[in-house]
Design a binder for this molecule. Structure first.
Ligand code: AMP
Length: 291
């Protein structure tokens, strides 16, 4: 097992102690470390986070780790793409200074593959939490471990996983971690489909037509001022009933902070619409701000 190798010209660590030692020599005084945790199969959405981490910090660290405790579906875990070489090559196009951490599962889960149980003040009981049991405990478990290893000053997360972003902020607040969490805009394909590692598994016709998901959200936004919430939800549900390529799992309009579903609009509050759909066995999520 290697501790650190150079892929192309990039430093890739797979042992936490080697990474910690390297970072402690590199980071002195008031230097900042920007961290981007990922599960690999990198696309331009991930790279936009990394570009920000590079621009805003002295050192940028990217982890590539398919975290078993956040999958509640074994097929999804097994089918998750693992493409370390091409991921490192993509990172290199941004900068050869990026430090990559790509550990094995046993390096992170030393005492068995289990999740810690967290209290997220109810943020985890909505939407993804309802449909992916224990998912957010798994996410927080791995992030807590990764934050302990990397000790970042700043960590970057995409609004693509907006509920996750809110939960990570809550984790940091509750555990009093010394890292600033920064949310980043969703990067989309030309047709509007939110970029995702799972898009690679879509059949080409489905992928072309998957802009429908985003377009439906945008139309909901256009109608937000004039329709009630239940009219809006019904309209989205009906639009998916007529489209046989995508099966709607849920659509929710929530308060952007608490993530509680709303039934009535209140002035001066910000709302978002969230959606999860299946295209055959591929699960896609998206969300946009409504007002
Ligand atoms: P993942 O590898 O799916 O765990 O994603 C790693 C990070 O990249 C998470 O913070 C995601 O929210 C973010 N991310 C994934 N897709 C996108 C996207 N299309 N735009 C912006 N951020 C994204």
């Amino acid at each position: 097992m290697f501790a650190m190798v150079k892929f192309f010209n990039m430093m890739v660590f797979n042992q936490k102690e080697a990474l910690k030692k390297y970072l402690s020599n590199l980071i002195k005084n008031d230097k900042t470390t920007g961290f981007v945790p990922t599960m690999g199969a990198l696309h331009n959405g991930h790279l936009s986070l990394v570009a920000r981490a590079l621009a805003e910090n002295n050192v940028a660290v990217v982890s590539i780790f398919v975290n078993p405790t956040q999958f509640n579906n074994t097929d999804d875990l097994v089918n998750y793409p693992k493409t370390l070489h091409s991921d490192v090559a993509k990172l290199q196009t941004l900068s050869e200074e990026i430090i990559v951490f790509a550990p094995a599962v046993t390096e992170i889960y030393v005492d068995g593959i289990t999740s810690e149980v967290f209290d997220f003040d109810g943020l985890d009981t909505e939407m993804e939490g309802k449909h992916r049991e224990n998912h957010f405990n798994g996410v927080a478990t791995v992030l807590k471990k990764l934050f302990e290893i990397v000790e970042p000053t700043h960590a970057y997360f995409g609004e693509k996983d907006y509920q996750q972003l809110q939960i990570v902020k809550k984790l940091v607040e509750k555990q009093q971690l010394l890292v600033k969490i920064i949310g980043c805009n969703i990067v989309r394909e030309a047709n509007g489909l939110a970029m995702s590692s799972r898009n690679e598994r879509l059949e080409s016709e489905t992928r072309q037509k998957a802009g429908f998901i985003y377009k439906t959200l945008v139309k909901a936004k256009e109608n937000f001022a004039t329709k009630t919430i239940s009219e809006l939800l019904k309209w989205v549900t009906d639009a998916f009933k007529k489209n046989h390529l995508f099966q709607l799992e849920y659509v929710e309009v929530t308060d952007a902070d608490s993530l509680k579903p709303i039934r009535k609009k209140i002035e001066n509050k910000t709302y978002r619409i969230f959606i999860a759909v299946y295209a055959k066995d591929v699960r896609l999520i998206d969300n946009i701000v409504l007002n």
